[in-house]
Design a protein around this ligand. Structure first.
Ligand code: GBH
Length: 450
């Protein structure tokens, strides 16, 4: 119809933030340098059969040494903002007790480089790399880990709270809990549903305790959390498929949104879990439900629920190199639904992007599929905003090709191509496109103002 198309091509607000995102374990490398302790991902990746090709994050993009070059790349893209994560085991090797000054100093140098480049810093405290020393004591299954996390969060605020624009406690607690503890495809590699839901609760509790500790430490940055969300669509016009979609929505979206914004776990999910429902102590839900300054949403695809005999989604726009359906409309519909159901604080799209089969050719890298992916999702985001979603910024995943967890280096999400043996970086066509897109938005905004 004409309406969404017109909305999708309207200019973004002049103060809308355009950024790129990464995470520590996926890019830093230098796993044994600067006093860094081991994380659960070092241990998991070193376990045969866990990561494709036996890849590990030991060297990754060597960003620990090349951060200046990488900030210069961001500058050439013209981004306003950079979202990155702090490796907890780099700044507190045992996850408790002594701080590692050399680790904190690395993030200080990164923040200096971003300052010099005029790029705003958006920090995430936990992007999956738990200190192994804490895993040895039960990791996120142990309620005490939540208190350790709050100590670390408060220390980050004391050191850098004035130098970052936002602080997210967790990145995608759904993945930590379920892929890490129920499916076992991510560290620490457990396959135990009851443990996974207790972990989900402890992650939320750690978020609540960290929010309280960071506010007490006088945080000036906006504080929030980043959730991966996928709208769930019934695969057929049947009651069974509708029930499957509702349950998938409970497991993926409402599991975190309801405690954060409504003070309780979804009743239908608890009923479904039965004896696997998490143990919640008095006071937990009040901590978890304390107000957020922002909500980060990572969007990749939709869930196709209750398909008869595993029949795949239509995938009218195709799939990415991960096999994930390309479905930009899901971003519009999900954001409009979140705005209606939860009255959330300002939203950032903290990740959106695609793994593609890139074609390097004479100093260039052609990735037309990624350009189409980004352009169509940005348009979908604009329509959601026209329909009332309060979204303040968009971060493309990812600045660089990097360690794609259990896929290792085989899957490439970067706007910038990384040749791992030489660590040479090459701007892909999508990086040039994103630069031109940002410049075009700024130009349109300044024309409107004059
Ligand atoms: C993010 O996780 C991570 O934050 C980031 O580190 C990672 O590199 C990046 O995405 C790319 O994988 O159910 O159809 O949406 C992604 C979380 C969860 C998204 C599973 C895709 C399956 C397809 N993913 N989900 S769908």
């Amino acid at each position: 119809s004409a309406l969404p198309d017109a909305a999708a091509s309207a200019p973004f607000p002049a103060d809308f933030i355009w950024g790129v995102a990464t995470s520590a374990y996926q890019i830093e490398g230098a796993a044994h340098e600067g006093g860094r302790g081991p994380s659960i991902w070092d241990v998991f990746a070193a376990t045969p059969g866990k990561v494709a090709g036996g890849d590990t994050g030991e060297h990754a993009c060597d960003h620990y040494h090349r951060y200046r070059e990488d900030v210069a790349l961001m500058q050439s893209l013209g981004v306003d903002a950079y979202r990155f994560s702090i490796a907890w085991p780099r700044v507190q090797p045992d996850g408790a007790g002594a701080w590692n000054e050399e680790g904190w100093a690395f993030y200080g140098r990164l923040l200096d480089a971003l300052d010099d480049a005029g790029i705003a810093a958006h920090a995430t405290l936990y992007h999956w790399d738990l200190p192994q020393a804490l895993e040895d004591k039960g990791g996120w299954r142990n309620r005490d880990t939540a208190a350790r996390f709050a100590d670390y969060a408060a220390e980050f605020v004391r050191r850098f709270g004035e130098r970052v624009k936002t602080i997210a406690t967790h990145n995608e607690p759904l993945c930590t809990a379920m892929i890490g503890h129920e499916e076992g495809r991510f560290a620490p590699g457990l396959k135990d549903r009851k443990a996974a839901y207790q972990v989900a609760h402890h992650l939320l509790l750690s978020h609540g305790l960290a929010m309280q500790a960071m506010r007490a430490a006088g945080a000036r940055a906006a504080l929030g959390i980043v959730l991966n969300q996928s709208p769930a669509y019934p695969a057929a016009p049947t009651e069974d498929a509708r029930i499957a979609a509702r349950l998938a929505d409970a497991m993926c979206n409402r599991l975190f949104m309801d405690p954060l914004f409504r003070g309780a776990y979804p009743a239908d999910l608890l009923a479904h879990l039965g004896a696997d429902a998490p143990v919640v102590l008095p006071g937990d839900m009040a901590l978890i439900g304390a107000p957020l300054d922002f909500l980060g949403i990572n969007y990749y695809s939709r869930i196709w629920a209750g398909a008869p005999a595993g029949q795949p989604a239509p995938c009218a726009l195709g799939v990415t190199d991960m096999g994930w359906e390309i479905y930009p409309q899901g971003l519009t519909e999900h954001l409009v639904r979140i705005a209606r159901d939860y009255n959330p604080p300002p939203i950032y799209i903290t990740e959106n992007g695609a793994a593609c089969v890139d074609v390097p050719e004479a100093g260039a890298v052609h990735d037309p599929q990624r350009i189409r992916f980004l352009a169509s999702h940005i348009a979908a985001l604009r329509s959601a905003m026209a329909q009332g979603a309060d979204v303040r910024g968009y971060f493309a995943w990812s600045l660089l090709d990097n360690f794609e967890w259990d896929s290792g280096y085989a899957k490439r999400f970067g706007l910038v191509f990384v040749d791992y043996p030489t660590q040479q970086r090459t701007l892909k066509d999508s990086a040039l496109w994103y630069h031109d897109w940002i410049v075009g938005q700024r130009r349109a905004a300044s024309v409107r103002e004059s």
